[in-house]
Design a protein around this ligand. Structure first.
Ligand code: GDP
Length: 367
């Protein structure tokens, strides 16, 4: 049928027949021909040290894998990266959902990259990912400006395993990122449970984001989280919220007086800011770097890192022993029975545990 535009009335306009639409698949591309060759551990390390982000991402995926072969290779890569690591400033950022972590990290990150240069990695520890099998923290879409920045690397929380396992993987990723030349590393975590302690055990500065609530904010905050914070920042200090934020800051400052002086010799500060409007960001980062200079000068910086290394060695042993015990077939077969006996009051919890442990260790001895 003739196209209406070829009608006399459309003088000067003709529609050509056109060509057949080519296939979107390249006919010369044979399946699997261009599949990426798997890199050896040595090649991976070389790529990481060169700052190759693609190789870094592959190595992080390896670290997160539960496959035993991958784990062995990951350990080799980490070990080879260790001599190149340790030269970054590691900052933990915590806050309850809705506190404004992602909005703030976007602003913080851009500020740090602009003022201090270098490269920035944003990692996360998200225990909820254990249940949802998908992490929300560290998601690129939540940090739009940073995600587009050529000097940033954003990685969501590893998702499988226990909190200890998730935290270990994040710590190992820090090593890889440092070897790849990242000078600043943010570790984001949700302020709702044990995850802050895990986060605190791998960073140099722990920043707690708070909101001004209804005047009773201090009641809702776990003492432990405040105690491990090197700085508390009150977000959303904008619009009608300004007075409330300053009031909350005073309450926090007063509360901090009741805590013992931290080992670092640093007195934690409380600042107000607005992540959304970009107000007070400079003051926060001036504080963070003042702290870093302070603890580097008094030796606490290295002391804390050494303590953390020791902590992770013991954590690693604990994790290994625990999983070995619970994965033991004989133990697995008896656990339910032991529970029933304890609940029926036939044995104390202590005795039931001792019997299982004795059995486990005797079985070990018989090998
Ligand atoms: P997260 O769950 O801690 O990551 O919090 P988000 O960054 O997603 O922020 C939660 C909500 O608070 C979003 O609707 C933000 O737009 C809002 N928000 C974050 N920072 C500010 C701020 O400084 N001022 C105001 N007014 N709102 C903010």
């Amino acid at each position: 049928m003739e196209h209406p535009e070829n009608n006399e009335e459309y003088k000067g306009l003709t529609v050509n027949g056109g060509v057949e639409q080519p296939s979107i698949i390249n006919p010369y591309l044979k399946r699997g021909r261009f599949r990426r060759r798997e890199l050896s551990a040595g090649e991976m390390v070389e790529g990481i040290v060169r700052g190759d982000i693609t190789v870094l991402s592959q190595a992080v995926t390896l670290v997160e894998s539960v496959n035993p072969d991958h784990r062995a290779k990951a350990q080799e890569v980490i070990e080879k990266c260790l001599p190149h690591s340790g030269r970054s400033v590691r900052i933990g950022i915590s806050g309850v959902p809705g506190a404004g972590k992602s909005t703030s990290i976007d602003e913080f990150g851009i500020h740090v990259l602009r003022e201090y240069g270098g490269k920035l990695a944003v990692l996360a520890i998200d225990p909820s990912s254990e249940r949802t099998k998908g992490s929300i923290l560290g998601d690129k879409t939540r940090m739009e400006k940073l995600a587009q920045h050529p000097s940033s690397f954003i990685r969501p929380s590893p998702s499988a395993g226990s909190l200890g396992g998730v935290a270990r993987k994040t710590r190992e990723t820090i090593i890889l990122c440092e070897a790849a030349g990242f000078d600043n590393i943010f570790v984001e975590t949700v302020g709702v449970g044990q995850s802050e302690t895990a986060c605190h055990s791998m960073v140099d500065f722990f920043l707690l984001i708070q909101l001004a609530g209804t005047g009773d904010e201090l009641q809702g905050i776990k003492r432990g989280i405040m105690e491990i914070s090197d700085g508390i920042v009150i977000n959303k200090c904008d619009g009608e919220n300004v007075d409330k934020c300053h009031l909350a800051a005073t309450s926090f400052r007063n509360a901090l007086h009741f805590f013992p002086q931290p080992e670092s010799g640093w007195t934690p500060r409380v600042l107000c800011y607005s992540g959304f409007y970009g107000i007070g960001i400079k003051e926060i980062w001036d504080m963070v770097y003042e702290y870093i200079d302070f603890v580097k000068a008094n030796g606490y910086f290295d002391y804390r890192r050494n303590e953390q290394s020791k902590y992770w060695m013991y954590e690693s042993i604990n994790e290994h022993l625990r999983s070995h015990f619970y994965n033991n077939a004989a133990i697995q077969a008896r656990l339910e029975d032991a529970e029933r006996i304890v609940l029926a009051g036939e044995k104390t919890s202590f005795m039931a545990a001792k019997d299982l442990l004795d059995m486990y260790f005797n079985e070990r001895d018989s090998f």
